[in-house]
Design a protein around this ligand. Structure first.
Ligand code: SIN
Length: 495
């Protein structure tokens, strides 16, 4: 395992200035009273000590964002688009450094981290282009002698709380459309992965994002969260993370009747009908399930196969899962990095142990690799024979565990697939067009990948139904979230 300390991380970067250890508030790098320790989950080593700016820092970031909003909303959309495009270009120019920081603090493989930087930058490019297309409509005159029209005004200061599993892209997916629309931002990154957020701020400044428009506050969520949800200046709360935290934020935001955009947990069914191509389906499952070691909210959680394909699929999956290489994300041949911390390993292992106690059978893996590899590693795991009542089927696994269920009729599959409070992503593998229509119409999910294991892109709407969230990120829908529809009626026109 590589030794990665604060010094060696800095020495790996072609531009060490990207490794920031303060919060970024009102265009300045701000120290805080306490310290936040950042760990490399592949080794457990400390890689950074950061200033925790607490409630006071959050308060000053909100004030700065409010002051900046009055100016930023008046900057021409063409100019906002140009600044965003410069930010995009700088991010791509520094993709290697950004990916290095990301792998160091989060653990995903360097290949995945680099992919995330490109994915994250695409949201900025898309929003930069869209900035000049955020406009209203002329309405059919509602009364004699009148005219009516709508405009799309920026909602104001937006506070976003972002997750550790995509420390770069979940920020850009929120900030880029918000900034394009004329909003200003206060971002509270996950305590595990603030370095990627701060590196983004460094490049935003270089791109010409004015002071106060983009603020990053690092510190304790218990202190910072209530300031953000309680501040009257904050008009919208954006969050990606767990459903319980999303509900808490929604309750806190209710007092100020703030808009919320919540991208929460999932329990994705990955359905393989018996007419599907076995190898394509198995490759799709591995891509969905083991991406970021299973730590994505759209990861396949319940793999449901019809009897006609079940045995072949399980055999193909076993071959692929056994071939996956686990290790430090910086090693060139690693397929799966560590989980975010050892508590996550224990939680995943608990789900597996309870499933086995309930009668499920481990086909591959099924154990922690913490002792063997010295970091928060879990073996890529394949399980069969679980039941719909098991925790493994009811909760988001958020780890590299593929659990396969055998079910026959479309009705039975749909019942199981929809029998969850979640409704983020679902997947369907079939070559029968009739099945595509029947099943996609029957699945209660915000996004459905048909013969496609990945659904997110800069141009498409990302989000869920039921307890998986509210609102959409990406595409024109993602931009609209950050605007208020304003209606103007002009009377007395024809007199
Ligand atoms: C997430 O897991 O929150 C995002 C995954 C994606 O954008 O594909």
């Amino acid at each position: 395992m590589t030794t990665l300390t604060a010094d060696t991380l800095a020495s790996r970067l072609s531009e060490p200035r990207l490794l920031r250890h303060q919060s970024y508030i009102n265009g300045a790098w701000v120290e805080g009273p306490r310290s936040l320790v950042i760990n490399n989950p592949a080794t457990g080593e400390d890689i950074a000590h950061l200033a925790d700016v607490g409630a006071e820092g959050a308060r000053s970031a909100v004030e700065a964002a409010q002051t900046a909003f009055e100016r930023w909303k008046k900057v021409s959309p063409y100019e906002r688009g140009k600044i965003l495009m410069r930010w995009h270009d700088l991010i791509l120019a520094h993709a290697d450094d950004l990916a290095t920081i990301l792998t160091a603090e989060m653990g995903k493989t360097y290949r995945e981290a680099r992919g995330e930087i490109v994915y994250g930058a695409a949201f900025i490019e898309w929003s930069a282009e869209e900035a000049k297309r955020i406009h209203g409509e002329t309405l059919t005159p509602p009364f004699p002698g009148s005219r009516g029209w709508t405009t799309r005004a920026p909602i104001g200061v937006v506070a976003c709380i972002t997750p550790w599993n995509f420390p770069n892209a979940m920020i850009t997916r929120k900030c880029a459309p918000a900034l394009a629309a004329g909003c200003t931002m206060v971002i509270k990154p996950a305590p595990e992965t603030p370095l990627s957020a701060l590196a983004l701020a460094e490049l935003a400044e270089e791109a010409g994002v004015p002071k106060g428009v983009f603020n990053i506050v690092c510190g304790d969520a218990q202190e910072i969260g209530p300031v953000l949800t309680g501040a009257p200046e904050v008009r919208m709360i954006g969050f990606t993370g767990s459903t319980p935290v999303g509900k808490l934020l929604m309750r806190q935001a209710a007092d100020g009747v703030k808009r919320v955009a919540l991208e929460l947990g999932g329990n994705a069914p990955f359905i393989i009908m018996d007419d599907a191509d076995v190898d394509t389906a198995a490759a799709g499952i591995v891509a969905s399930k083991f991406r970021v070691s299973g730590q994505t909210c759209v990861s396949a959680n319940r793999i449901i196969a019809q009897p006609g394909i079940y045995d072949d699929l399980l055999a193909a999956l076993k071959t692929k899962v056994d071939a996956l290489k686990v290790g430090d994300g910086f090693a060139g041949d690693t397929d799966l990095g560590p989980l975010i911390h050892t508590q996550a390993v224990e939680r995943v292992d608990g789900l597996v142990r309870r499933a086995v106690d309930g009668g499920a059978r481990i086909v591959s893996g099924g154990h922690s690799l913490v002792d063997e590899l010295g970091g928060a590693f879990y073996a890529p795991t394949l399980i069969e024979g679980g039941t719909p009542e098991m925790d493994l089927a009811c909760f988001e696994i958020f780890g590299p565990v593929a659990s396969v269920y055998k079910m026959d009729s479309e009705a039975e599959i749909l019942r199981f697939a929809n029998d969850t409070p979640y409704g983020l992503a679902a997947y369907l593998y079939t070559r029968d067009i009739g099945r595509v229509h029947r099943m996609t119409e029957g699945l209660d999910y915000g996004m459905i990948g048909v013969n496609a294991p990945m659904v997110g892109s800069a141009a498409t709407p990302f989000g869920g139904v039921k307890e998986s969230g509210i609102g959409r990120e990406g595409g024109k829908w993602g931009v609209e979230e950050f605007t208020e529809l304003k209606y103007v009626l002009l009377g007395g026109v024809d007199t």
